[in-house]
Design a protein around this ligand. Structure first.
Ligand SMILES: [Zn+2]
Length: 70
């Protein structure tokens, strides 16, 4: 598991594994101009949303994914 704040971890742990995989494999990379897999990511909570920040699995560019809180 990647680095996450305790809050982010409990948010992430509540998401079904299938949804987690979909989220991680569909992160927009502005360098590749397509959806890529995020790797070496970390997570934190911002205004109730989970923010995942990491690298594109293909080109290594910075990518981020917001998972909206309920
Ligand atoms: Zn990329």
């Amino acid at each position: 598991m990647s680095e996450m704040t305790p809050q982010a971890k409990s948010f992430w742990d509540a998401i079904p594994d299938k949804s987690k995989t979909l989220l991680l494999n569909n992160v927009w990379c502005t360098a590749c101009c397509t959806a890529r897999t995020i790797v070496r990511y970390e997570g934190h909570i911002e205004a109730g949303d989970l923010i995942l920040q990491g690298k594109c699995g293909i080109c290594g560019a910075e990518v981020a994914r917001v998972v909206e809180g309920s």
